[in-house]
Design a protein around this ligand. Structure first.
Ligand SMILES: Cc1cc2nc3c(=O)[nH]c(=O)nc-3n(C[C@H](O)[C@H](O)[C@H](O)COP(=O)(O)OP(=O)(O)OC[C@H]3O[C@@H](n4cnc5c(N)ncnc54)[C@H](O)[C@@H]3O)c2cc1C
Length: 434
């Protein structure tokens, strides 16, 4: 168990092997894995409510994170709580990209109101993991150049010092830990905003699979989830913000009237949570380590939610970190070595994806190379499978482009031959479902 003593003017002082700031998906996954690896872990979460959850999230977990959920033993309880295992279908101006159903990857979808408390219970039930609610971290502690812990304040203003050789920032896209540590951050502008709500009594064409509409540059999605609900989401470009600001509910319903092959929401029942939205979603990519410190989840990489990657990457980055630092926390090697391993793995898996996502996040239209892949995937099942593996984040951009580009060129050439005289340039959408 943690050692506790008094710390001068700062109330109680406790020592652990790792202190994690943020008790959401990334923080609880890392705590569980580190606890199982034999480390003593404190999780500090500012919300005092064990049932707290992230309210603005469409919670589509990509297939890339399914092995992590399985390893955490979380997939089964999620399914028991009503989670769905949807595939992704994408409507483009060239028609639907529908990867062959038997080969298509399946993500997981469960509302955050169920998932977040479940992840927190999982961490709290892990031996040697202590989840402390209602604790807001306000300061980092240092020993020389290394981060050596944090100061947390409870709701009555009582401070606790938590010391640990490893501090983990899992405190989300506006990470205070990242800010306090001064790690380098790159920001990329976001040219869209998001609104959405849960509806009952209407379902998209592919339900219970998910549907995404790339209306270039506008975007919409329908995510069937637990309890027979479907989350309908819109991510229009910023110029349309005034339409939504006045009456988001009416604007969302009107927006879907213009979405091709989408169901009308006019007679569907909106859940009592209503329509929620987020306007500022600046992309942030941070260097995920510093001496004595690691960032996971959105704290390390907060990227455009349009491609639904943040929850999966929160789980996966937690797993990568736990695997990388467990030997050091057992005293088998220097912590810096483990942190270097984590930084390399994070970059290898996510940097390429993030760069492509940040490019499209500006609100621009698709570029020729992207149009080639989208049109090829709509016209050919092999390209659709590569598109699916990339979109569900199971393969990287280099792999997807190397294999997908020649196949997409062939698919488009065949299509052009079949439709001679009726087709304009590849990627114009002429003669398509647009
Ligand atoms: C509109 C929108 C739609 C999205 N849709 C999807 C989607 O479909 N699929 C997907 O994968 N991702 C989606 N995301 C992204 C996803 O919500 C995040 O990537 C994910 O929640 C990140 O998890 P996390 O654990 O890193 O951080 P968070 O879930 O943000 O959790 C951070 C935690 O840290 C706590 N905290 C913060 N500061 C402190 C502090 N100082 N002291 C103590 N605790 C603190 C917070 O209370 C919170 O519990 C969406 C995001 C948005 C905005």
């Amino acid at each position: 168990m943690a050692e506790a003593e008094r710390d001068g003017g700062k109330g109680t002082k406790r020592s652990y092997d790792a202190v994690i700031v943020g008790g959401s998906l990334a923080g609880c996954a890392a705590a569980t894995m580190l606890g199982r690896a034999g480390a003593r872990v404190a999780v500090l979460e500012k919300s005092p409510d064990p049932a707290a959850y992230k309210r603005i999230c469409t919670h589509f977990i990509q297939a890339s994170a399914v092995p992590t959920l399985e390893r955490l033993d979380l997939l089964e309880p999620m399914m028991a709580a009503g989670a769905l295992r949807p595939r992704l279908n994408t409507r483009t101006s060239w028609g639907w990209i529908e990867p062959p159903p038997e080969r298509a990857a399946r993500g997981v979808n469960l509302r955050r109101s169920k998932l977040d408390p479940m992840a927190r219970e999982m961490a709290a039930a892990t031996p040697d993991v202590e989840v402390m609610l209602g604790q807001t971290v306000t300061e980092l502690r240092h020993a020389g150049a290394k981060v050596s812990g944090v100061v947390a304040r409870d709701r009555d203003g009582v401070e606790t010092v938590i010391e640990a050789p490893l501090t983990i920032g899992a405190d989300g896209r506006d990470s205070r830990i990242a800010e306090l540590s001064g790690v380098k951050v790159k920001t990329y502008p976001h040219g869209r905003f998001a609104y959405g709500g849960y509806f009952e009594g209407t379902a998209p064409k592919h339900a219970t699979d998910a549907a995404i509409w790339m209306m270039d540059p506008e975007w919409a999605a329908a995510f069937p989830t637990d309890d027979g609900l479907v989350f309908y989401a819109a991510m229009p470009t910023m110029k349309r913000l005034p339409e939504f600001k006045g009456d988001p509910q009416a604007a969302l319903i009107d927006y879907f009237e213009a979405v091709p092959e989408a169901p009308s929401l006019r007679s569907a029942k909106l859940s009592e949570r209503g329509v929620v939205g987020k306007i500022d979603m600046t992309n942030r990519m941070r260097v995920p380590t510093a001496p004595g410190l690691a960032l996971i989840g959105d704290a390390a990489l907060a990227t455009d939610p349009l491609f639904g990657v943040g929850c999966g990457w929160a789980f996966q980055s937690a797993e990568w970190l736990a695997d990388a630092v467990a030997p050091a926390l057992r005293g088998e090697e220097a912590l810096e070595k483990g942190l270097r391993r984590y930084r390399r793995r994070h970059s290898r898996h996510l940097r390429g994806h993030a760069q492509m996502i940040h490019g499209y996040a500006t609100g621009r239209k698709l570029q020729p190379g992207e149009k080639l892949m989208f049109s090829g995937a709509a016209r050919d099942p092999h390209v659709a499978m590569i598109f699916d593996a990339f979109g569900t984040r199971q393969i990287g951009a280099t792999h997807a482009l190397a294999v997908g580009t020649p196949l997409a060129l062939v698919a488009n050439a065949r299509y052009a031959l079949r439709h001679r005289g009726r087709v304009g340039r590849i990627g114009t959408g002429v003669g398509s479902a647009a």
